[in-house]
Ligand binder design. Sequence first.
Ligand SMILES: [Zn+2]
Length: 188
Amino acid sequence: MDDFTLLPDEVVVTRNDDVIYGNKTLFGNGSKGSLILTSKRLVLLKKGMLGKIKDVSSFALSDIIISNGQPQVQAQKRPFNPSMDVYFRNGEEHFRFTWPDEAAEFAAAVITTITGQEVKVVSSDERFMEGAVAAMEKINHLANRIRRTFGLESTETMSATCPGCGASLTGTDGETVKCPYCGSYHTF
Ligand SMILES: [Zn+2]
């Protein structure tokens, strides 16, 4: 089988030695291998039983579809089957990783290599926290609206800066207060 050799002007960007390529069935499995991202292509080294390389596949980065300036490379961060899906002009390829963050980081590296632009990778934990905080805020807001609707006073005080003079004002969500210093109105 072909060996993998870098072209004279090609450099390795990153690699992952625990990638599965091909369709997953109930009992496993596509083939195991190493996925190498170079400045020009994705190289998959498929390994046989004893870890020996039995096949080398090469996918040119220039064949990846670019849509609205975005290379079509997507990380699927599902916990049990994380993958990087790459859409080439002649079809799509799926590379499966052990961990969701590995798929996300590899996909970001591919995109950065193609576009030259850094991609921020949000780890699963951060993303979860962002979602949780946003959900909490939404619930809080909703609770305040319900309290107002039923004529119950919101007990939560908020502070703001007066738009007129910069003095600090306090009030409750949805309340309109008049600034004691300059007479401006502010709605919380
Ligand atoms: Zn004021």
